[in-house]
Design a protein around this ligand. Sequence first.
Ligand SMILES: C[S@@+](CC[C@H](N)C(=O)[O-])C[C@H]1O[C@@H](n2cnc3c(N)ncnc32)[C@H](O)[C@@H]1O
Length: 467
Amino acid sequence: MSDPTGAREDQPGSDRSRERNPHLRRDAVRSVAFRALTEVTGNGAYANIVGGQLISQAGLEGRDAALATELINGTCRGLGTYERIIEAASGRSTDSLEADVVDLLCLGTHQLLATRIPAHAAISTSVDLARQQIGARVTGLVNAVLRKVSQRTLEQWLDRLAADQDPIGAVAVRTLHPEWIVAACADRLGLDPSDPALQTVLEANNIAPEPTLVARPGLITVDDLVAEGAESGGPSPLQAMWRGNPGRLAAVRDGRAGVQDPGSQLVALALERIDAPQGPWLDLCAGPGGKAALLGALAAERGERLVASERTMHRADLVTSAVKAIRPRPAVVCADGTQPAWRSGQFARVLADVPCTGLGALRRRPESRWRHQPEDLDDLAPLQRSLLASAIDSCMFGGVVAYVTCSPHRAETIAVIDQILQQRDDVTVIPAGPLVPELDAADGDFVQMWPHRDGTDAMFLALLRRN
Ligand SMILES: C[S@@+](CC[C@H](N)C(=O)[O-])C[C@H]1O[C@@H](n2cnc3c(N)ncnc32)[C@H](O)[C@@H]1O
């Protein structure tokens, strides 16, 4: 078939010539990775979303797509530490360099220090990329800095950077995390920063999990998913592992199953398992709808109905799509959960899965550890308290609120519950551990999951009964 642009099929740069020439394919892989990185660092894009889009636009498949994904995710995970290595190698602050040059150097540093790509190939392709994407004026700098980076292994660079640090800073360097996240995990687990266990906790964030499916009760079973090629096993009784693109499964496309971390499945199950009166259920912060779809299915099995509320319209639309297979269909409402659009005291079970820093899901969001700042907590904690208060107000007497975060940070978890308990005398904490018997994750009266121990995101769960 002739090329609609009129170009000869094998002309350099044409898709056909790129398919046949491994060097051109590898160039395409690196330019996709570089463009994704500039979108992440410059425009606040999510690495997994923009990466997927650019990979499919460039027609990358198989090993090329896998390499592009690894380069994007791996570089994003190491960004802050790679910048420090580049500063040590070049003797200048990355603030004095153009943002695109820093991105390109980070991409080159990742290839040199954390992949099996030979050093000469990592450097020469980075120089070519610099010439094509930024300009010939920066090729000398890129070449010189990456040659210096290549003179040590990752371990040697980390040893050198960690030597100047206090114990928290040293763990931060060695595990590719910002210091405030290391400090938050040490605080929450009561670990001394020099305890090797802290490093294990943080290293779990550097391993991307396989997609986990949830079989939504009443709509499909785990056995049905296994018959489609999924693998059973894992902490949640509703989970199945799926290697590959979950969108290829009809059950995922039509909403009988979904992609959901087992920790999210277990917190929804805990709210269903607890003893509570009959009556409607509420998901106060429902977007994009993973837990709403599971709760909606669980509620339907008990003859109850779910109301799923979300503040932003486009995320409310995602909830509508997530719950499309459930009958009776959950009601989806677009409302600010701090100013409910419903009568108080009418729900038997309420989920408050509040907006949070997402520190519990760092393993699946490569860039997010560098994007959040400790100051984010100044805005989030008051909103979390306000949403929890509203969840309690929405709950009938004897009903139960599940307060959930995908973060282990004290300020978003225990501190929020403590403050609510100081302000109100109409709630009692119910020990949550026995309601998640699949895990040994009780943390006092709460549940705190951890990726390194439980194989889940670091979900926090508190259960409060309205007196
Ligand atoms: C952690 S996410 C919820 C995830 C969801 N439960 C799920 O499993 O898919 C928090 C959600 O709260 C929403 N949100 C933020 N502020 C809110 C408010 N004032 N009222 C209701 N929802 C809010 C955010 O838009 C976001 O969709």
